[in-house]
Design a protein around this ligand. Structure first.
Ligand SMILES: [Zn+2]
Length: 423
């Protein structure tokens, strides 16, 4: 668009162009001459040359427009948007970019080193001088027998007899030697687990989210984001993101058979929790619940074996931070799945729903399980008073039997619970 000056003469004031916007609240005149504007308005500050609009560009700001209650804001706007401040902005951004560039590079190097170290360890364990096959070859005297049979005669027949006889004489020692090596390797294989590295991965990802360039907590990015969320929550539909990749579960170190629990993460970040043997075990979340936050966790209970729909039961609940590795869940909801038997107890809820959602908001002493997808059944916590303000809790499962596994497929912090009649 072509920018032209408005050149209209004032009828009253000869020689003056009409080029002023007067913007008194009760008297707004889009185009006047300056003298007319001064006469019409007591507050001469509420005038602006319309050429300022005509010649404005993306970075233009005005010294007294738009009308604001706080006059000092015009000055602050001017300072913040001045060139030096723009440079400062660029400087901050380039520092942030450099930081992440360096971080990535250093982490990559560190990860490569650690990967190679672990790979070498594994290779060493499996390919020592005295490998399993090496030991077997020695004891079985494979090579020697091969030679003897290749040149078979009476003499070699005698020799073969001697060798096998000798093997019987050394049978205990030979068995022991092979067993020792087999056990050694089995032990390594049994100890090879992905859960600890996956846990570390989750912790790393969570650490990255804590990176913050602002010392002052008032400038905490999370808070700024939250303020934006509050501002926009009325117009934008609530955004729900599955944060399952941040979620991890750990097993209690000392509670009963907890060490038999197996926790796996699938390629799609689903968490699988099951028991390798019958017994009681506790598995708890990798984070402490923030009482102010609302959490949603969804899971499905799947039989390990398609034919096996035997009775089983579990507790989903809360465990205090100082109990996680030693004792029982502090409070929870026990769900019982059964075929024939009927067992009535107020603390046990019979259920048929295998798709469930846990909702947590500790500030409101809220912990409940709802059935999916219809939210038809709601299971409430009985002893809400256990959720004390001064305690730190983690989400925990108490598992009893081996027949089923838990597949946790959704985890999110939400602003409000969906379809929530009770809360
Ligand atoms: Zn005039």
């Amino acid at each position: 668009m072509q920018k032209t000056n408005i050149q209209e003469n004032c009828q009253k004031h000869k020689g003056q162009f009409k080029s002023i916007l007067l913007f008194d609240q009760n008297n707004i005149q889009p185009l006047m001459c300056l003298s007319c504007a001064k006469i019409a308005s007591k507050n001469s500050n509420n005038v602006i040359d319309v050429n300022e609009f005509i010649h404005s560009d993306e970075d233009s700001i005005f010294s007294n427009f738009p009308p604001l209650i706080d006059d000092t804001l015009y000055q602050k706007l001017d300072e913040l948007l001045a060139d030096q401040e723009k440079n400062f902005l660029d400087k901050c951004i380039s520092q942030v970019q450099n930081y992440f560039y360096q971080l990535k590079a250093e982490i990559n190097i560190k990860l490569d080193l650690q990967r190679d170290k672990i790979k070498n360890n594994i290779i060493q364990i499996f390919c020592q001088n005295d490998s399993l096959i090496h030991r077997f070859n020695n004891i079985s005297q494979k090579k020697e027998l091969q030679n003897l049979y290749n040149n078979y005669n009476e003499q070699s027949a005698q020799k073969i007899k001697e060798i096998v006889n000798q093997m019987y004489q050394n049978i205990n020692q030979n068995t022991q030697q092979i067993k020792q090596k087999v056990d050694e390797i089995m032990e390594v294989l049994n100890k090879f687990r992905l859960d600890q590295p996956l846990q570390t991965k989750n912790q790393l990802i969570q650490l990255v989210e804590k990176i913050n360039f602002f010392q002052d907590s008032l400038l905490d990015l999370n808070k700024i984001n939250k303020q934006e969320q509050i501002i926009t929550s009325d117009i934008r539909p609530q955004q729900k993101v599955n944060q399952i990749e941040l979620l991890g579960f750990e097993k209690s170190k000392n509670f009963k058979n907890s060490q038999q629990i197996i926790i796996e993460k699938t390629k799609t970040n689903e968490l699988l929790i099951r028991q390798s043997r019958e017994g009681f075990g506790i598995s708890y979340s990798n984070f402490i619940i923030d009482p102010k936050k609302k959490y949603v966790l969804r899971f499905e209970i799947q039989p390990l074996d398609q034919s096996n729909y035997s009775d089983f039961s579990f507790i989903a609940g809360l465990i205090q931070e100082n109990h996680i590795n030693s004792s029982e869940i502090d409070c929870g909801i026990r769900l019982l799945y059964q075929g024939q038997k009927s067992l009535s107890s107020s603390s046990i809820i019979e259920s048929t729903n295998k798709n469930l959602e846990i909702r947590i908001h500790l500030q409101d002493q809220l912990f409940k399980i709802v059935s999916l997808p219809s939210y038809h059944n709601v299971y409430e916590l009985q002893k809400k008073e256990t959720i004390k303000e001064n305690c730190q809790f983690r989400l925990a499962f108490l598992l009893y039997y081996t027949s089923h596994k838990f597949v946790i497929n959704y985890f999110s912090e939400v602003n409000k619970f969906e379809n929530d009649i009770l809360k």
